[in-house]
Ligand binder design. Structure first.
Ligand SMILES: Nc1ncnc2c1ncn2[C@@H]1O[C@H](COP(=O)(O)OP(=O)(O)OP(=O)(O)O)[C@@H](O)[C@H]1O
Length: 253
């Protein structure tokens, strides 16, 4: 369980997150949506202590994040918009192994996790390649594999589909579906619901640092139009069992 209580975060005079109290139960697939600058990334960076609250607190599994950063980072895995900054080792396999190695796991367990995580993002043949020779989308997939290999209670992905081509998107979406089915909590930060609305248990929307909508996907759909969020339309649903759908771009970006 991730909980924020009265969480406020400021950058100078900008109030990026404004008194947000939110609970994310174990196993929940949550979509966090909202226009650019609404505070989504800032909020999730508090989930594992990458930022410190100006006011309020954040708890993971009942423990304040500030009291046990290691526990929070083990329980909550995070993949950011800019994967370039996240790759730490020279090769694809070594990069994905880095997190599990720091957990002190056996070599056998590390190898199993790395193999599974790379397969999940269709990079299983590429473990020996240099990370410096990868495309942006491939780097993003390595970053996702790195988070998967940690086998966290909650996996938080900030705009995970931005740099991915269609096969990669489908592969990541399929893996998220499996993870959720196996009991992992998933939080996807996005301003584009096309790929993921069908997977979600709940949609939370932010505007100006506040939670302005908290509903199940069907209920949320009707209210998202004013929030610059791209939503699937009913028209594409029939030929699209993955729930991707056609797009009604209700936003301006
Ligand atoms: N490092 C920073 N320094 C100063 N201001 C920041 C910083 N990061 C974000 N902000 C500001 O805080 C507010 C919330 O930004 P945040 O990135 O959390 O929103 P977001 O909803 O994730 O947006 P996006 O979809 O564009 O990533 C915005 O006004 C943004 O300009």
């Amino acid at each position: 369980m991730i909980e924020t209580r009265g969480l406020t975060h400021r950058y100078g005079d900008t109030v990026a997150v404004d008194d947000v109290s939110l609970s994310v139960p174990d196993g929940e697939f949550l979509l966090l949506v909202g226009a650019n600058g609404s505070g989504k990334s800032t909020l999730v960076r508090h989930f594992n202590g990458l930022l410190e609250p100006d006011e309020g607190e954040v708890l993971v599994n009942g423990t304040a994040v500030r009291d046990d950063l290691v526990a929070a980072r083990t329980a909550v895995g995070m993949v950011f918009q800019e994967p370039r900054d996240q790759l730490v080792a020279a090769t694809v396999g070594a990069d994905v192994a880095f997190g599990p190695e720091n957990l002190g796991l056996s070599r056998e367990e590390i190898d199993r996790r790395v193999a599974e995580a790379l397969a999940a993002v269709n990079l299983d043949e590429r473990a020996g390649e240099s990370v410096h020779e990868l495309s942006g989308g491939e780097r993003e997939r390595v970053a996702i594999a790195g988070a998967l290999a940690m086998e966290p209670d909650h996996l938080v992905l900030d705009e995970p589909f931005t740099g991915l081509d269609e096969p990669a998107r489908r592969s990541v979406v399929a893996r998220l579906r499996e993870l959720h089915a196996d009991g992992t909590g998933v939080v996807v930060v996005t301003h584009d619901l096309r790929d993921v609305l069908g997977l979600a248990d709940r949609v939370v929307a932010m505007a100006d640092g506040r939670v302005v909508l908290d509903d199940d996907p069907q209920g949320a759909l009707a209210d998202l139009a004013g929030l610059n969020v791209r939503v699937p339309t009913a028209a594409g649903a029939d030929d699209d069992p993955g729930g991707v759908g056609d797009v009604a771009d209700t936003g301006t970006d």
